[in-house]
Design a protein around this ligand. Structure first.
Ligand SMILES: *Cc1c(COP(=O)(O)O)cnc(C)c1O
Length: 359
């Protein structure tokens, strides 16, 4: 028997990829992945476990969990006439959007630097990816360059993460409005960090025929459950929903998210806490010699180290048991840049003290 080997059969563009790297964080202060650092109070954990006891693991989950969707609609104030589909994290929704739009020669466009999954999923699906640099200094959208690239590439979809990962800033309302109006196709505004931002676009989702809003519960404190939302016009979502695998939201996620939303004040207070600790962390970073820190409406801060120092700072922090993200390898707008997630007050102090000592 002869069979074709992976080198022959796996698409060359897949073989050229490297798998998404997740750093080992065993026993470390974990400030690398925009997680909420807080757990739930013991009484709430007990009530949650009691609730789970009632669920039958031998049955498939509800394929379109309407009670859960109602809770999410209420929690986020999703307009009644907007449609909603749920994903196994918003990562899955990015994949569904791209699968739905996939055709030879089609393009995905996003500003850069931004969320790496847009580029990766474009590569998985065989869509072209065009990244348009943000502006130096404040990481705002370079509108001339964006409009020029949209005109030239006619993207099937434009992804705008706002607040943006890894830069932390929210894009200007007028810029986003102009891009949606000028786009030849779909625009997805990714509001993964809505819980930490001053404003958002959800209430305006139906003002445009080509706008979808994407959100996730991951950054708020439920990263382990994997739940993302795609919100907008039924005409788009009905089509995208056809690609969703039938039981993509498992029963434990459905039950646990519903439970969490019944106790949403806990999550909301944690996010409020993270926002004020972010501002304290910003002040702490600003006080360090040689560090430039950028303002953020998310639960992380991007900062620039003295030239050439970022890898050394990252390694020293790691040796001290503190994991952040070194983005300096990307160069360009991210030259010498590192990203730190806002942790607990103690974790932030440990980070600042170690960084100060290393500088
Ligand atoms: C973290 C992140 C996501 C992914 O969220 P999941 O729901 O956990 O898959 C999507 N978009 C942006 C901008 C993010 O930073």
């Amino acid at each position: 028997m002869s069979f074709r080997r992976p080198q022959e059969l796996i698409r060359p563009e897949i073989r050229a990829l490297s798998a998404y790297h997740v750093a080992n964080a065993d026993g470390m202060i974990k400030l690398d992945a925009m997680e909420n650092p807080y757990g739930w109070p013991e009484a709430l954990r007990t009530a949650w476990l009691d609730r789970l006891r009632g669920f039958a693991l031998n049955r498939y989950p509800d394929p379109s969990p309407s009670a859960l969707k109602r809770c999410l609609r209420e929690f986020m104030a999703i307009p009644d006439s907007a449609d909603l589909i749920l994903g196994n994290g918003s990562d899955e929704l990015i994949l569904l959007i791209m699968l739905a739009l996939l055709a030879p020669g089609r393009t995905v466009l996003a500003p850069e630097p931004s969320f790496v999954m847009y580029r990766m999923v474009a590569a998985f699906t065989g869509l072209n990816f065009v990244g348009v640099p943000l502006r130096e200094g404040d990481f705002s959208l370079d509108m001339d360059a964006m409009l020029e690239a949209m005109g030239r590439c006619q993207p099937a979809v434009v992804f705008l993460a706002s607040p943006n990962n890894p830069t932390g800033n929210r894009f200007g309302d007028r810029d986003i409005d102009q891009l949606i109006k000028s786009a030849p196709g779909l625009v997805v505004v990714d509001e993964a960090y809505f819980a930490f931002a001053e404003d958002n676009l959800l209430h305006r989702v139906l003002d445009y025929e080509n706008l979808l809003i994407m959100r996730t519960l991951s950054k708020m404190g439920l990263a382990g459950l994997r739940l993302g939302l795609l919100i907008g016009d039924r005409g788009w979502l009905n089509e995208i929903d056809k690609l969703r695998l039938p039981y993509n939201i498992n029963i434990l996620t459905q039950a646990s998210v519903e439970f969490a939303l019944h106790h949403q004040s806990v999550l909301c207070q944690q996010c409020q806490h993270i926002r004020s600790d972010r501002d304290a962390l910003l002040t702490g970073l600003q006080a360090l010699p040689g560090i430039t820190v950028f303002p953020s409406e998310a639960n992380f801060l991007l900062f620039r180290a003295p030239p050439g120092q970022a890898p050394r700072l990252f390694t020293s922090l790691k040796e001290a048991g503190i994991l952040i993200k070194d983005l300096s390898g990307a160069g360009g707008l991210l030259r010498d840049c590192l990203r730190v997630t806002v942790g607990t007050a103690e974790e932030n102090h440990a980070f600042l003290a170690t960084l100060a000592a290393t500088l």
